[in-house]
Design a protein around this ligand. Sequence first.
Ligand SMILES: *[C@@H]1O[C@H](CO)[C@@H](O)[C@H](O)[C@H]1NC(C)=O
Ligand SMILES: *[C@@H]1O[C@H](CO)[C@@H](O)[C@H](O)[C@H]1NC(C)=O
Ligand SMILES: *[C@@H]1O[C@H](CO)[C@@H](O)[C@H](O)[C@H]1NC(C)=O
Ligand SMILES: *[C@@H]1O[C@H](CO)[C@@H](O)[C@H](O)[C@H]1NC(C)=O
Ligand SMILES: *[C@@H]1O[C@H](CO)[C@@H](O)[C@H](O)[C@H]1NC(C)=O
Ligand SMILES: *[C@@H]1O[C@H](CO)[C@@H](O)[C@H](O)[C@H]1NC(C)=O
Ligand SMILES: CC(=O)N[C@H]1CO[C@H](CO)[C@@H](O)[C@@H]1O
Length: 727
Amino acid sequence: MTNIKYELIPTNEDLPSKKKPQKWLAKIGFISVVLLILALYALSTAQHQHESSTVVFASDRSPWEPSMETSTVNRPSPLDTVYDTSTLSSVKVTESYKNSYFTAVTEPESGNGISTEEQTEKSAKVLVENFTETSTLSQDTENSTTETSYALETESGVKYFVNSPHCQMSHPNAFARNILSIYRKHHYIVCDGSRDMITVNFNETDSTYRLHQNENSTCCFKQILRAGVSTKADHQYKLGPCVKFQQDFLVPTEVTAMITYCRRPPFVKVWQKDAFSFVHPQRDFISDPTLKKRPSVLLWGIDSISRMNLELTMPRMFEYFNAQHWFELQGYNKMGDNTFPNLMAILTGFNKTYANKQCQPDRVGGLDACPLIWKEFKAKGYTTGFAEDWSAYSTFDYSSRGFLHPPTDVYGRPLILAVEKELKMTLQSNLPYCLGRKPSSEYIYDLAVQFTRVNRNRTFFGMFWTNTFSHNDFSMPSAMDEKMVKYMRTLDKNGVMDNTIIIFFSDHGSRFGPLRQLDSGFVEERLPFIYIRVPRWIREKYPKLLHNLQVNRNRLTSPYDIHATLRHILELNTPPAKLPRPEGCPTCHSVFEEMDWSRNCSQAGIADHWCACDTFSKVPTTEHRARSMSTQLVEAINRFTAGIRGAERCRRLKVDRISSVQRRGISDQYIIQLTVQPGSAIFEATVKWDASAGMISIWVPSISRLDSYFAMSHCSSVKETKKFCIC
Ligand SMILES: *[C@@H]1O[C@H](CO)[C@@H](O)[C@H](O)[C@H]1NC(C)=O
Ligand SMILES: *[C@@H]1O[C@H](CO)[C@@H](O)[C@H](O)[C@H]1NC(C)=O
Ligand SMILES: *[C@@H]1O[C@H](CO)[C@@H](O)[C@H](O)[C@H]1NC(C)=O
Ligand SMILES: *[C@@H]1O[C@H](CO)[C@@H](O)[C@H](O)[C@H]1NC(C)=O
Ligand SMILES: *[C@@H]1O[C@H](CO)[C@@H](O)[C@H](O)[C@H]1NC(C)=O
Ligand SMILES: *[C@@H]1O[C@H](CO)[C@@H](O)[C@H](O)[C@H]1NC(C)=O
Ligand SMILES: CC(=O)N[C@H]1CO[C@H](CO)[C@@H](O)[C@@H]1O
């Protein structure tokens, strides 16, 4: 077989890092031990894993309808063999990857001379070293006293992501024993191991695509088009007639997505169905040589992965980020509960209430009128793109009307709607994991690769978001770990990283499920991972900005800051004081500006309940205060649901068991975790306690629900009540 191509180019010496080598070695040692333990663990649980990875074939029933947690195999299928042994599946990965079309430009084996940003960086090492040194120095001298008294790791071994007077954000061990005991590493899931009957060849010179038939077959394709009108605009697609094509057929520029059907004569049955997307250069694009060089922007997002969970489940990615020029923000704290508020904070700078008011996602055309940041990029001549998997639950379409008109130049939704319906779907943790011949997420990533590649000599803004391998099971990202590194390397090999600021991030951590229910769950839910990569020319041209970005690594940051950063990218030469501030958080600003070291959550636009900055002290759950707060909390939830139309059938909840009550610092805020009946639902809430009146006050929408409510909340039609609704 071909070589494993995941070896990282060793560039540790030019890492912008402050760590001492000894510590670094110790860490490697520690990681090796952990990996060894993991390996042993994986061996011992190989049996179980077989069971846990079973695949279901979807019937006509929607995958998100309530069903039992563990799926069972309905009928024998070739897919079952995939899980037999690890070697088998890894061989298949390589093979199916090689055949897939976006890698038509093959990756070089490490260091074979093809110029990439990573490699050119090596020669520019001196400069990077100079940059690193000065940044480390200046920070140490400026704040030497405070830095030493607020170390990220205390002598007793307590670790922090942020440790400042107003924010002590603890850094739990991602490999803690209680986490390892519920973690199951997955292998890459091969959706279809059979040979590709069609390969798409991309011609770099004229950006055209040709469909190559790998064997003697007769094939036709149906064009995928957006179809619906009004309320259905973002929810329907149509297929064109099946057009027969010959060997190396040139894909017409009006075709952006298709499903192919191939037969093996003399058989009349369709032997292989497949789906492809194409990004064509925009014809009306005029390159203006008088324009200053500007960076492109790529937002690459995975739903529900915390910083800790990335380290645990995607060790290859973690290693990749740390070995290359990626800047991390370890104190990145979500500002709201789930995807919508956190992504809206990034894309509009609005808080959730204001976003709902301004953008009215439940009204036809509401989102079209919304000032999403990509419009600003578009207005400045950028080509825009957006795609997301899991159509029923995607950010702008879950209980919403979506977009009446395509929001971006390249829009992945018709493709994802079509492949979810037309191709065979296999579920994994109740998510549409495989669609036809590859994982759902790869339709999004392949589109991203194509979008960035075709537009690499222009400026673009793209956002590509996936849910299907991370949303329901915290272990599943491990299945995509190696593949993700490959995608990043592909972007680099395609020359995309030369001029693109890439933000690779998540919206929040695990919000429900076993990981969330551990002690570390509080931090787990609140701290999504985020890494930022900046092309070399910007690092060289704006060393101060990069210095700031590096200083911000262990400072408190939020999605609003990322919004401000995107606006900053549009005008890198504007002095920081003149840059626009996010509407939802006027004290937030670009991460290319130094964050105030003593920032608190409210200054970062993070609501109290979602703030991971505090230390807590336990209150005995048997105390009167604890019981009173708990009863009032559940009452408040009942009142909230009872007052909302469409949620009448949700049942009245009663406290079953108080798991914990903790006081936030020395404030009047308490965080309560309890179980209610019916349904044994687990809630966690921050309440304000008025000791003299014996009363709590609470903002109901910011309550966490720690177990999965997918299967219990179908009788409510109101999104806001689902997590409180037991039918
Ligand atoms: C790095 O720093 C040294 C000493 O300060 C200086 O002589 C050299 O020119 C710098 N190199 C670059 C590439 O800036
Ligand atoms: C790519 O396109 C160019 C220009 O049309 C053409 O000359 C060249 O032969 C094409 N390359 C391949 C491999 O087809
Ligand atoms: C297709 O069939 C022709 C003749 O039947 C044969 O010469 C050719 O090699 C075949 N091509 C492939 C790709 O199998
Ligand atoms: C981009 O520019 C480079 C160098 O000028 C060229 O080799 C490459 O083919 C161009 N790519 C596209 C997709 O236009
Ligand atoms: C949300 O933002 C709007 C407008 O910026 C502001 O008026 C409102 O007070 C904010 N709401 C919350 C809950 O922060
Ligand atoms: C956060 O800091 C600001 C400015 O110092 C202060 O006014 C505010 O009360 C602080 N908020 C909290 C929750 O401590
Ligand atoms: C460069 C830097 O981190 N400066 C900070 C040093 O600490 C004070 C507070 O004591 C901050 O105000 C500075 O911003």
